[in-house]
Design a protein around this ligand. Structure first.
Ligand code: ZN
Length: 142
């Protein structure tokens, strides 16, 4: 991604924290926020939105992505992602979010999230391809 906007990780982290503050996490009390830097330079955020059924809960990453598509259309690309939570716990993107982000994100795009490494909570910054190798992608027939 040579033309991708460069991520300002402190600013994205601040935006993700603001989204986490607004999360609807009445069941787990685990408030997560995500900030997406889009290829057009805009930043779109989302927080997790839980549901009494649990299974209908949507994560912060997908919440932000759905919002980005609603705002900017289906051609939008994600240049970088930052995920945070307010509980000072690990919160790497779940498998569902990784797969959904894969539709919009290049393998070399950066993604940051809190993870436990050697017993220490750290903000990991890596590439999307590192967190989701062997992405399932489907090209519909013409
Ligand atoms: Zn998720």
């Amino acid at each position: 991604m040579t033309n991708a906007p460069q991520p300002d990780f402190p600013a994205l982290t601040s935006a993700a924290n603001a989204a986490a503050e607004k999360a609807y996490a009445r069941y787990s009390r685990f408030q997560v926020g995500a900030a997406l830097l889009l290829s057009n330079g805009e930043v779109v955020t989302g927080g997790n939105v839980e549901n009494a059924s649990y299974g209908l809960t949507i994560c912060a990453e997908r919440s932000a992505l759905v919002r980005a598509v609603a705002l900017y259309g289906p051609q939008i690309r994600v240049a970088a992602v930052v995920v945070v939570n307010l509980q000072h716990s690990p919160s790497p993107p779940c498998g569902a979010c990784r797969q959904v982000l894969a539709e919009f994100m290049a393998p070399d795009a950066p993604i940051a999230f809190p993870a436990e490494i050697d017993g220490q909570l750290q903000q990991v910054i890596t590439t999307f391809g590192h967190v989701l190798p062997y992405t399932f992608l489907f090209t519909p027939p013409q």
